[in-house]
Design a protein around this ligand. Sequence first.
Ligand SMILES: [Zn+2]
Length: 311
Amino acid sequence: MYWGSVRFFKHLFFLALAIILLVPVCLAFYHMSLNARLTEELITLKAEIITDRIQLQQNQTESMGLSLLQNSEGKESTYNFDLEYQNLYPDLCISDIPEQSGSTDTVYLTFDDGPTTLTRKILDVLKEKEVRATFFIIGKNLETEQGKQILKNIVEEGHSVGIHTYSHVYNDIYNSVEDYLDDFYKAYDLVYSITGTKPEIFRFPGGSINGYNKTFYKELIAEMTRRGFVYYDWNVSAQDAVGKITEKEIYNNIVNASKKKTRSIILMHDSLEKKGTLKALPAIIDELSASGYHFESLTRNVAPVIFGYSD
Ligand SMILES: [Zn+2]
């Protein structure tokens, strides 16, 4: 008798085992095929959304009576003209960014947070050493006659001037693109009225990507670039911004790092208390000159060092 026999239960056991093993395998295959189908549908949908968006932007562009912008290769590109901050400060716009290059064995000394009376002393060192540098200035430092005069000296003595915002208050300037533009324009306008020259380069306080602007840094960079301004981060730092640092440490930070590079954009500070930076400067210039480097100031023609997008 088969039913109820030991053989019957053996077969029943193996059948149950086969079902237990087979079900998850089948389910896994089913999910894999479902996943592949959904991914394909998602890609199609994304492509449709992009096509629709491009169409919408083209319609907006045409309805505004503007022709499509051409990039350098002559290919058409679309612009979103729906961003209100693009209409702010129409005169805060300079010519197209020129072709940029960066010569080797070059050092770009840059000083942030001036002008102060320390800046005047730094200018004297640079004059003595016959070296050109770049000063990223804070607009509010130009409210005094002394600040204005030192800014004029910077220009007269052949150095470059860039904007480092008006207030330098991170919580205010990094609220939104609008807030950044409001602040930047104030500094830009002041520098233009004092020197008669429109500043074309700038440095973001804290660098282009920092803890304060991480939610909108791409929009901010795109907007500043659209207006023709070029920003410079750095690849060598004196590390003189925070805490106590000695003249020797500043010298080592700059000289050791610069010698590992063919071109360096060096971050230093000329705020009033940075006496170590001033003291270290002559020896830094001497050592890098002796090592075959030459010094230049930044203009929009110089290829920038910029921090990479983190996402
Ligand atoms: Zn700064």
